[in-house]
Design a protein around this ligand. Sequence first.
Ligand SMILES: Nc1ncnc2c1ncn2[C@@H]1O[C@H](COP(=O)(O)OP(=O)(O)O)[C@@H](O)[C@H]1O
Ligand SMILES: O=P(O)(O)OC[C@H](O)CO
Length: 518
Amino acid sequence: MGDNTPAPLAQEESFVGSIDQGTTSTRFLIFNKDGEPVASHQIEFKQFYPQPGWHEHDPTEIIESVNQCIEGAVKAFEQQGHSARSIKAVGITNQRETTVVWDKQTGEPLYNAIVWTDTRHQNLVRKLKARLGAEQLQALCGLPLSTYPSVGKLLWMIENVKEVSAAYEAGNLCFGTVDAWLVYKLNGGPKKNIFVSDPSNASRTMFMNIHTLKYDESLLDFFRFDMNKLNLPEIVRSSHPTAYGKLTTGILSGVSIAGCLGDQSAALVGQKGFSPGRAKNTYGTGCFLLYNVGDKPVISTNGLLTTVAYDFDGKPQYALEGSIAVAGSSIKFLQNNFGFIEGSSQISTLAATVPDNGGVTFVTAFSGLFAPYWMDDARGTIFGITAYTQKGHVARATLEATCFQTKAILDSMQKDSGHALAELAVDGGMTNSDLCMQTQADLIGIPVERPRMLETTALGAAIAAGFAVGVWETFDELKNVNTTGVTTFTPKIDADERNKKFARWEKAVKMCKGWAED
Ligand SMILES: Nc1ncnc2c1ncn2[C@@H]1O[C@H](COP(=O)(O)OP(=O)(O)O)[C@@H](O)[C@H]1O
Ligand SMILES: O=P(O)(O)OC[C@H](O)CO
């Protein structure tokens, strides 16, 4: 070889970006092929609670937060000596059910996003429940009628917001969950008009048939929508090289958006819950247990939901889901509304100031109770307060509330699937609390396994995008991702004590029913 022969170019490593648009914060993470996050940026955005039971986000602020997170993470990535060019694709994962409406012509939002936790449409939902055919909905779409899915939020807006009803009458109303809104705006809005959603998100609206993964006329008829007036996003696979378009502005302009998953589906993927019988529980703002049931939907008879886990290749995988509306948000509540702590990470220290809950039970039913109870007329209730009660007791009872609901969900899951979990894989912000995870193991009587890297939701979206562009090609390539450094919490109380504690919780749940009856 002569002296002038150029040295071979080093093979550029491939990375995948992930937009994780959660209920309380937005983040952007960049993963390498080993599934390790190498750079990230996170921003908390504003929560609007204009009236009791109402919860809104500003859709424009959400887009801005995404763009800022991308800029922040990519700058950190470049400072490590990497090139933005090595980011091969971007995945999106998002809070589900949250409902965004915008004008087809201008691409601008017509109202604040109504967040999944919102209960303003409780009466509207009660009327829908009384309508002929209401009982048949769950078998078709996997969800029972409640304030939780998108449909009630959209109906409320059409009935109550004149800009929304005018756009609907003119055929200009676009409805989307947060994924659809992000994809539409990140692609430049009406100019490109990329208006799509993935089945794991669409299965949270009550518009999609869970068996066909298509919008179902009988569902839309039940809700009396006129399909000439309502624009719905096209449902495409969760992993797709072109359907989600490209980022059009900023430091990653031109990079493909190639994956899209609702955040709970993404966490199941990030925990590599690819085979039937695998489950995960994610403790974020809310808490959601997903159990992979394979390629056929299982309709619950025990208070669980049926959802699309993911659809990477036209062969959708399904999950049974237990949804808890209030988890990490109860800790934020103790911080922001009661001033008990200055940050979420202090909750364990406060709870550890006392040896037990001192007889206090806190049913954190701020938005009613979701799975498996589905009590829209319950509200947050603290039982057992005496002159003995300290802040630490309330802190413990707050953590226990999510753990008890998880226990109730696991019981239902066992009844629906005929299978008991041997251990529970967990992730999400609240799992940072060792005390909470030990409590969880005690209350369910099986080990709780917390991975070292907790950003499994973002990882799941990166996996969906990475599959679409060939960064990964088989599930097998992911088998070593995030397997070292797992912390296992083993139960330390016996079945008798566990059952007594749970019976007390169930008594409290019964007692808070009916509070918000009218
Ligand atoms: N050290 C901690 N101990 C207990 N809870 C925590 C801790 N750190 C964060 N959290 C809780 O985790 C939640 C955020 O989790 P995250 O997974 O980021 O949720 P989301 O995706 O919904 O924004 C917050 O509501 C917060 O109260
Ligand atoms: O914000 P999270 O992570 O609690 O997730 C919100 C869920 O997607 C709501 O269904």
